[in-house]
Design a binder for this molecule. Structure first.
Ligand code: 5GP
Ligand code: SF4
Ligand code: MG
Length: 457
């Protein structure tokens, strides 16, 4: 998911939030919503689909605080009830909560809250946060939020709109990105810096793991959700750099594009394949393919055309739809690939659908050999922190060796980037500051059994 919030008394915040979310569209395409506060009331506009479909027309709502969300479902189905932000009206006022990430104890908390009489309206883990905030007995809004987020575990980057404040919170592990920007007379909170650029806000800094940033009439303040001594080691999702984030964003000091170029360079050093052409599976593999080409000296070519009007294929809920979607999205250019030994670069193999279809497509178009290079290690474990890398049994690397995968996708060679190479590619962070759980099964925040099964409510 993507979250975005703006506080500025001099700007039309609704349309700024709209364009901010538009710049975060890659983070979720199932639904979008924006909450706006004029100081006394919060109103919500929302809908299913892309930002442009979900919000066809901006209602003429006045206000100076807006917080929005684009959704990519991990827990909770793709259903209109699950559109965020979630709005509550409670004794402390109104509040709209937008959540990126996935909680690991939502199932247990929800049962506990239901036993105490809470009623849930959605099937999202995020609603647990809202419910905990509403039930809190703490005196101030900020303290209520801090109490609530200390009960939930897992990944959360939040943008919370209250009647008079815009609040950003990043979980203590800092799994998901969140940054602070500045407008002429106010501030912005965004999942990624690309959305700041889009609205000409200036980047101030990344919000730290465990930090809560409060923006109101007095400017911006910061608190921590736990004492510093209790904060764990950061474990930023490395998949943000590999695939999820937009390349023009900077996350925790690292430019995403530069990291992807480096990943490709590392792949070239690790494979040293003798080939005629380097190609990518666009768009997610393109920067790494360029890096491979620069490092190896093998020319980069565009052997696949992409239909720009298709969304991200992975996000389609079922397998036959995903299959068709790949064919609709990409097609080979025979003149480019004919007779060539091709290094084909993609960011990841999850189920093996995309690479399998593309390798065969290239061969049908006359490619002589296809050497598949993946700019991440093999994904063997599911993500429980907000990326839908699917349940374990669907992950091809969970049940197949590299050789079996090579055969399955029909490639002549297959190489996954090593963990060491990947770490070198990310220059701004140390290995210990990154989450690798989908590659090594080491989960920084424990995942209880019932949540592992997806915590069906
Ligand atoms: P597969 O086709 O092997 O199941 O998935 C790999 C492809 O899905 C890659 O091209 C990758 O860019 C794309 N992809 C799209 N969304 C996601 C996601 O959320 N996680 C992962 N791991 N890959 C994704
Ligand atoms: Fe990211 Fe993988 Fe960790 Fe999930 S398990 S947060 S996808 S690195
Ligand atoms: Mg891709």
């Amino acid at each position: 998911c993507g979250v975005f919030g703006i506080y500025d008394t001099t700007l039309p915040v609704m349309s700024y939030a709209y364009w901010g979310l538009f710049a975060l569209q890659h983070r979720g395409q199932e639904s979008a919503g924006i909450a706006i506060s004029d100081g006394t009331h919060i109103e919500l506009v929302k809908g299913m689909g892309l930002v442009t479909e979900a919000i066809k027309e901006l209602p003429p709502l006045k206000g100076y605080i807006a917080g929005g969300h684009v959704r990519y479902s991990t827990t909770g189905s793709n259903n209109p009830r699950n559109i965020q932000p979630l709005v509550i009206h409670y004794q402390g006022g109104d509040m709209a909560v937008a959540h990126n990430g996935n909680l690991t104890n939502a199932y247990a908390l929800r049962k506990e809250l239901e036993d105490k009489g809470s009623i849930f309206q959605t099937t999202m883990d995020s609603e647990v946060i809202v419910s905990l905030i509403a039930r809190s007995k703490a005196a101030s809004t900020e303290d209520r939020i801090i109490e609530a987020v200390n009960r939930v575990e897992g990944a959360f980057s939040l943008v919370i709109t209250t009647n008079t404040k815009l609040i950003g919170v990043r979980d203590a592990n800092g799994f998901r990105p969140l940054c602070l920007g500045k407008t002429a007379n106010g501030y912005v909170i965004s999942s990624e810096s690309c959305a700041l650029d889009a609205i000409k806000a200036t980047f101030v800094r990344d919000i730290k793991p465990g930090e809560m940033v409060i923006i109101d009439e007095n400017g911006v303040r910061s608190r921590f959700i736990k004492e510093e001594a209790l904060l764990p080691q950061q474990s930023l999702c490395i998949f943000e750099y590999i695939y999820f984030a937009r390349s023009d964003s900077n996350i925790d000091g690292q430019n995403v594009y530069a990291a992807r170029i480096n990943m490709g360079r590392e792949l070239a050093r690790e494979t040293k394949y003798d080939a005629d052409l380097v190609m990518s599976i666009p768009d997610s593999g393109t920067a790494a393919a360029l890096g491979y080409s620069r490092e190896s000296g093998i020319p980069f070519g565009e052997g696949l055309v992409k239909n720009r009007y298709m969304g991200r294929t992975f996000i389609k809920p079922d397998q036959s739809e995903r299959d068709l979607a790949v064919r609709m999205k990409l097609n080979a250019v025979p003149d480019v690939v004919r007779g060539k030994r091709i290094v084909l670069v993609d960011d990841s193999i999850v189920r093996g659908t995309t690479s399998g279809i593309i390798v065969r497509m290239l061969k049908e178009a006359g490619a002589k050999e296809v050497y598949m290079c993946v700019s991440s290690p093999a994904i063997e474990y599911p993500c429980h922190y907000g990326i839908d890398t699917s349940v374990r049994k669907e992950l091809i690397a969970a049940t197949h060796s590299v050789e079996q995968i090579r055969e399955y996708i029909g490639a002549d060679k297959l190489h996954y980037l090593s963990r060491e190479g990947l770490c070198r590619a990310i220059e701004a962070l140390e290995e210990r500051e990154l989450c690798f759980a989908c590659f090594d099964g080491h989960y920084a925040v424990e995942v209880p059994k019932e949540e592992e099964e997806g915590g069906k409510y």
